[in-house]
Design a protein around this ligand. Structure first.
Ligand code: MN
Length: 292
């Protein structure tokens, strides 16, 4: 095991709204070297840091829109999101849950705050990640994986340090339930004050973490506050975090696809021609139908 160094600690950018329901700091693709290639296969990361939405009878969110060529992973920390899609699917992503949606050849969906959450108002905190698909799988059949918190693999750390919730990949041989097209790790470290956890991923896997709650000291050297992202170098395999206070940290690491990226809004393909095709298919109704 060799130590993986911190490349840069990235502060949250000014938030912007996606629709009227998601007040996000965009980390990827963004500044601080975080273009769509640097964290390949993670090509987009929007983070709604904890934010209070007042009660409303009209749920806030994003109306009908398409996706093609990748997967969207929604991780709910506070609040609830309801989603509906053009294949007739739908559901609620509640606190602690993860929705892994393979858009692949294309879906239409809408994402709104869940009705009762909207009526009551409350804190809302969520991550949406886009995981790119390899060229050979971009036009595969869309699917969902709903990973509820009670069904999530949880590793209990020694010395009352806390828990690792494994979404994808594995931690100390405990496997997460998400099936992925390429090798990657995604997990939440929920640490008690003073709790420590170590992670070991292949050096060429692009690796980062986002501090969701509290603050952590990384590799015993740098304290990283809430809502900051750590981009790691590819110079070693292992790093550790120690909670300076009770903390929740999202850990992500994936094998880069190293394929060309042609991106246009909600379509991420390999060539410009495939983007043109996606737009034609979308306008031609080939993504199905969904009412606003
Ligand atoms: Mn979407």
């Amino acid at each position: 095991m060799t130590t993986r160094s911190i490349e840069v600690v990235v502060p949250p950018r000014e938030p912007h709204y996606v629709g009227d329901g998601f007040r996000v700091h965009n980390f990827i693709p963004g500044g601080y070297r975080l273009d769509m290639k640097r964290m390949d296969p993670f090509i987009m990361l929007d983070y709604n840091s904890k934010f209070y939405f007042p009660p409303t009878d009209t749920p806030r969110g994003v109306s009908v829109h398409p996706h093609r060529g990748f997967e969207t992973v929604t991780i709910a920390y506070h609040g609830k999101v309801a989603h509906h899609d053009s294949s007739g699917g739908g559901g609620v992503i509640a606190e602690g849950d993860v929705q892994w949606m393979t858009a692949a050849s294309g879906i239409l969906h809408k994402e709104y705050h869940e009705e009762n959450f909207s009526k009551a108002g409350g804190d809302f905190q969520m991550v949406q990640l886009w995981v790119n698909l390899p060229a050979k799988d971009k036009m595969s059949t869309p699917k969902y994986q709903a990973i509820t918190n009670d069904a999530m693999a949880k590793y209990t750390l020694a010395h009352n340090a806390g828990t690792i919730e494994v979404i994808a990949g594995e931690y100390e041989n405990l496997k997460g339930s998400a099936s992925t097209f390429t090798p990657l790790y995604l997990m939440n470290a929920k640490l008690n004050k003073g709790g420590k956890a170590a992670f070991d991923f292949p050096a060429h896997f692009n690796t980062g973490l986002l501090v969701i709650e509290g603050s952590v000291k990384v590799n015993g050297e740098e304290t990283v506050p809430t809502n900051h992202f750590v981009l790691f170098e590819n110079d070693g395999t292992s790093f550790n975090i120690e909670a300076s206070e009770n903390a929740v940290v999202l850990i992500l690491s994936g094998e880069p696809l190293n394929e060309p990226i042609a991106a246009h809004g909600p379509f991420v393909m390999n060539t410009h021609q495939e983007i043109i095709q996606a737009m034609q298919d979308f306008h031609g109704g080939k993504f199905g139908h969904l009412e606003d």
